[in-house]
Design a protein around this ligand. Structure first.
Ligand code: SAM
Length: 248
């Protein structure tokens, strides 16, 4: 079954962009997912095809009009009623791997890309739109955020990644950052690959990787580490499972 993505944007020519290449591009060619970019301006009703207006209360910039956004959302929902509608906005809930997994397992997505100062606030409640941020910084438009979200979802669709297990140990899947990787040459720039990785002892390698993942998470992301540890304290025997459930 094809996982359908629809992007409502003032710049449809920005899609599929990088998602037309590599894993995502191949998967699109094979019909694993589809992408339709819808021009927001097509839903304007005046002769200038206006999609924005000045902010109520004054201030700089322009705001995307709720009536135009609603018309675009309604038109897409008529053909994709089950796909959740997500607006890209720095005011939204930070995107997580857990949410990405849910979206990838669902009926596709419809993404709204902002421009200028963003969206008229009334659209979110009026059309049941989820607000999503891809990080604590400000982009010039929602298109790059939509590409990020789609990339994260598409790589999880069945058959897109080479080995089915290749995603399981990755950063954020079990509440930890992934362990570090090395490849040949065995010594480079005077730096050797950790001896254990050349031992051929799979149990030792697995233990080393877990220890490295935990140490790196503790040092680099104390916020993730705290969540991981508290899940482990709650259920010492099921720590890993519980973390997965929280993430899933
Ligand atoms: N005035 C807005 C604010 O301060 O929250 C920023 C608007 S930004 C210049 C224009 C558009 O880029 C936003 O409407 C949104 O679609 C997108 N955007 C910017 N930063 C983003 C982020 N961190 N995550 C998701 N979308 C973002």
């Amino acid at each position: 079954m094809t996982w359908p993505a629809t992007v409502i944007t003032l710049y449809p020519e920005m899609f599929p962009g990088p998602l037309g290449l590599s894993l995502a591009g191949r998967a699109m060619g094979e019909g694993v997912w589809s992408l339709e970019a819808v021009q927001l301006r097509d839903f304007a009703t005046d002769k200038h095809r206006s999609v924005d207006d000045t902010p109520a209360g004054g201030g700089p910039g322009m705001v995307l009009r709720a009536d135009v956004l609603a018309a675009a959302i309604d038109a897409v929902r008529a053909t994709r009623p089950d796909a959740p509608v997500l607006a890209m906005t720095p005011r939204g809930r930070p995107l997580t791997q857990a949410r990405v997994r849910e979206l990838a397992a669902g009926a596709g997505v419809t993404l709204l890309c902002g421009r200028f100062e963003g969206f008229d606030e009334r659209i979110f409640a009026a059309r049941d739109v989820e607000e999503v941020s891809i990080g604590d910084y400000v982009l010039s438009g929602g298109e790059t955020a939509a590409l990020v979200l789609l990339d994260a979802c598409v790589r999880l669709l069945p058959g897109v990644m080479g080995a089915p297990s290749s995603g399981e140990q990755e950063s954020h899947e079990a509440g930890l950052l992934e362990h570090p990787h090395y490849t040949r040459p065995a010594v480079w720039d005077g730096r050797a690959i950790p001896e254990v990785l050349r031992s051929g002892d799979h149990a030792k390698i697995a233990a080393w990787r877990t220890a490295e993942a935990e140490a790196d998470t503790r040092l680099r992301r104390p916020d993730l580490w705290e969540r991981y540890v508290s899940a482990r304290v709650k259920s010492p025997s099921g720590a890993r499972r519980e973390n997965k459930d929280e993430e899933a």
